[in-house]
Ligand binder design. Structure first.
Ligand SMILES: C[S@@+](CC[C@H](N)C(=O)[O-])C[C@H]1O[C@@H](n2cnc3c(N)ncnc32)[C@H](O)[C@@H]1O
Length: 263
């Protein structure tokens, strides 16, 4: 797994800070002082939703964590990462996609946009999309949801107009049951570095297609390493009208925009 990138290679990445045994959910510095999310001060609903969502997920039990610092959308973001899981590390596709989102916020009309991220991992992309004003649902496998939820809350509480939601979404598994088509519409489906050496590439592509409806734009950022990455891209192009929208040669990341073909 190629995750050991230098600060220069990772757009938006700041210097690593010493790890602290930080169990609190104080929002990191730099956010607005007032919580515009849940109503006026004193409103009993003001804090409860975030506390409720905190209780929903069991903390992910990694033996060691680091805290990595990023800067996107003018905001310092602190991500709790662990090298013990692919889903607990920020990959290069994520930093590239965050850079793309912050540079194209108005063009993409992100304010209040409905976004679902698949394979969100430790959550950097979902955090940045939330800070940029979108209504985000971050999804992943069950075992990474605790850390994902922690990072989302820590970085969006009192900073984002819409608190992001966390949901389990296993590619190709019981989608109709957990995400009935009649219950959702997403303006954007986001995916970063979800294509690598795993056995679920067909299910991944089917899931990408399933989540798109007319008008949905899929933004897929990926570091291209292996022939299988290009094979997936060929299949992707059969299913989606595909445009290359950004390239990051220093990290070999490309970002594609996909619109589902309907005929
Ligand atoms: C390489 S990591 C990328 C994480 C994050 N998107 C990033 O770029 O930093 C791949 C992510 O896909 C998730 N994943 C892998 N297989 C999956 C599956 N079958 N269903 C759902 N998520 C899966 C992993 O848990 C992990 O979070």
């Amino acid at each position: 797994m190629d995750v050991c990138l230098s600060s220069e290679q990772q757009p938006g990445r700041l210097q690593e800070a010493p790890c602290t045994p930080d169990g609190c959910l104080e929002p990191a510095e730099g956010g607005p002082q007032e919580d515009s999310t849940n109503g006026p001060p004193g409103d009993p609903n003001k804090i409860e939703p975030s506390l409720r969502s905190l209780q929903k997920f069991v903390p992910t039990d990694y033996a060691s964590y680091t805290q990595e610092h990023y800067l996107f959308a003018g905001t310092k973001i602190v991500i709790q990462e662990s090298i013990e899981s692919y889903g607990a590390v920020v990959w290069p596709g994520a930093t590239a996609l965050c850079q793309y989102l912050e540079e194209h916020t108005e063009e993409l009309n992100l304010q209040d946009a409905k976004i679902l991220e698949i394979g969100a991992g430790p959550g950097l992309v979902s955090i940045v999309a939330s800070i940029l004003g979108a209504q985000v649902t971050a999804t992943d496998l069950p075992d990474v949801l605790g850390n994902l939820q922690y990072n989302l809350l820590k970085n969006t509480l009192k900073r984002a107009a819409h608190l992001p939601e966390v949901r389990e979404l296993v590619w190709g598994e019981s989608l109709e049951q957990h995400f009935p088509k009649s219950t959702f519409y997403y303006d954007y489906v986001l995916a970063s570095d979800v294509v690598y050496h795993h056995y679920f590439l067909d299910k991944l592509l089917a899931t990408m297609a399933y989540l798109c409806q007319p008008g949905t734009v899929l933004l897929w950022a990926n570091k291209f390493r292996f022939s299988t990455d290009y094979e997936f891209l060929d299949k992707f192009k059969q299913v989606f009208d595909t445009t290359l929208v950004a390239e990051f040669p220093e990290s070999s990341v490309s970002i594609f925009k996909g619109i589902l073909k309907w005929d």
